[in-house]
Design a binder for this molecule. Structure first.
Ligand SMILES: C[S@@+](CC[C@H](N)C(=O)[O-])C[C@H]1O[C@@H](n2cnc3c(N)ncnc32)[C@H](O)[C@@H]1O
Length: 336
C-alpha cells in the first residue's frame, strides 16, 4: 500500500475514532452507568469494603489523607465511596457529561466536600502531572477507549512512587463468548447503535436477570445492555498481557479480586470458623488441599465469604468476568 493511501486510511481511521468517541460519550450520557438505586448504596459499599479486606487492605485506614483519582468515574459511586474513607481529596474524571451531572448532584445532596468531578479523558496526558496521586482507581473504563494501552500507561504515570493503582478490566478468557457476540454485532450492525440494541435485545439478552448485576446488586437493565452491546469500543486482555503491562510500569501485585484460588479457600475457611463440622465446613476441608492450585482469575461475581456455593462458582465458571487488580508502584515486595 502506497504512502498516500495509508495516510488516507489513517485520516479515515481518525475520523472513525472521533465519531465513535462521540457516540460513546452520548451513549453513556443518556444511559448513565452505573445507575444504582440509592437503596442499594449500603450493599455496594459493604461489598467494596469486603473486597479491600480480602485484598489485605484495611480501607478505613488505608485511604486516610490520600489524593485519589477515579478514571472513568461514571455516576461516581466508587468516587464517593472512596471519598467517605477519609482521603484528602478524590477527583473523578469522565467524558460523559450526563454521568458527571448525576455524580455532582449526588455529591452535593450527600454533602460530600472532598470530591470533585471533572470532564476529562483517561487518555489526556496533560491534565495531571506524573506522580500526582497516591491512589488511582479505574473500574470498567479503559477497555471502552480506542487506545487501552495508552490509557493504562497514562493512569500508571499519575501514580506516586509507592502509591497504588487499582483497575477492573475485561479478561479475554472470561469474555470469550461476549467477544464473539460483539464480533457478530460489529459485522451485522457496525456502528449503528439502535440496530445493535435491537439485535442484542432479540438474540443476546438470554442472560436477563442472571448477570448484569453489579456485585449482586440489580441496576438499570438498559444501562447494562447498552454498556454491553451498544458500546463501540470494548477490548480485553489475557492475564499474561495484563501482568506484562503492570510490570513494564514498575508495579508489583498486591492482590486481585476475584481472588486466586488459594486465597479464596483460605478466606472461606476463616469465614467458616467453628462451622467446620457442617456440610459447608466439610466441603471447605475437602477443597483446602487445592489451595495451591493456579489462579482462577477472570470470574465475575460472588465472594468467598458467601460460602461454598461461591467456591464452586469460581471453580466451574471461570468464563464471565474481569479481575479487580490492586498494584503498588515501585513498592517493597508484597508478602503474597
Ligand atoms: C462501564 S462505565 C464504568 C463507570 C464506573 N467506573 C463504574 O465502575 O461504575 C464506563 C465509563 O467510562 C467512561 N469513559 C469512556 N471513555 C472514557 C475516556 N476516554 N475517559 C474517561 N472516561 C471515559 C464512560 O463515560 C463511562 O462512564
Amino acid at each position: 500500500m502506497g504512502h498516500m493511501e495509508s495516510s488516507g486510511d489513517e485520516k479515515s481511521l481518525r475520523k472513525d475514532e472521533a465519531q465513535r468517541e462521540r457516540l460513546t460519550r452520548e451513549m453513556y450520557s443518556q444511559l448513565r452507568y452505573p445507575s444504582l438505586d440509592p437503596e442499594h448504596k449500603a450493599s455496594y459499599e459493604n461489598h467494596r469494603l469486603l473486597i479491600y479486606r480480602l485484598l489485605g487492605i484495611e480501607p478505613t485506614t488505608f485511604f486516610q489523607g490520600k489524593t485519589i483519582l477515579d478514571g472513568g468515574c461514571g455516576t461516581g459511586e466508587e468516587t464517593m465511596f472512596l471519598a467517605s474513607l477519609g482521603p484528602q481529596k478524590v477527583i473523578g474524571i469522565d467524558t460523559s457529561d450526563g454521568s458527571l451531572d448525576s455524580a455532582r448532584n449526588r455529591a452535593r445532596e450527600a454533602g460530600i466536600e472532598n470530591v470533585e468531578f471533572l470532564h476529562a479523558s483517561v487518555l489526556d496526558d496533560k491534565m495531571f502531572a506524573d506522580g500526582e496521586f497516591d491512589y488511582v482507581s479505574s473500574l470498567g473504563c479503559i477497555h471502552h477507549t480506542p487506545r487501552m494501552r495508552q490509557a493504562f500507561d497514562n493512569l500508571s504515570r499519575m501514580v506516586k512512587p509507592d502509591g497504588h493503582l487499582c483497575t477492573f478490566l475485561y479478561n479475554s478468557f472470561g469474555h470469550f463468548l461476549y467477544n464473539l457476540e460483539c464480533d457478530w454485532l460489529d459485522r451485522v450492525a457496525g456502528d449503528d447503535i439502535d440496530e445493535r440494541m435491537r439485535l442484542g435485545r432479540r438474540y443476546l439478552d438470554w442472560r436477563r436477570g442472571t448477570s448484569f448485576r453489579r456485585e449482586g446488586i440489580p441496576s438499570s437493565w438498559d444501562a447494562r445492555l447498552y454498556d454491553k452491546y451498544a458500546v463501540l469500543y470494548r477490548d480485553s486482555l489475557t492475564l499474561k498481557q495484563l501482568l506484562g503491562w503492570y510490570q513494564e510500569q514498575g508495579l508489583e501485585e498486591v492482590g486481585s479480586y476475584p481472588m486466586k484460588f488459594g486465597d479464596m479457600i483460605a478466606a472461606y475457611r476463616a469465614h467458616s470458623g467453628d462451622e467446620m463440622h457442617s456440610i459447608r465446613g466439610v466441603v471447605a476441608r475437602v477443597l483446602s488441599p487445592l489451595a495451591t492450585a493456579p489462579s482462577a482469575h477472570g470470574v465475575g461475581s460472588g465472594v468467598a465469604a458467601h460460602g461454598c456455593r461461591a467456591c464452586c462458582f469460581y471453580l466451574v465458571c471461570t468464563t464471565t468476568g474481569a479481575p479487580f487488580e490492586f498494584w503498588r508502584k515501585n513498592g517493597p515486595k508484597s508478602e503474597r
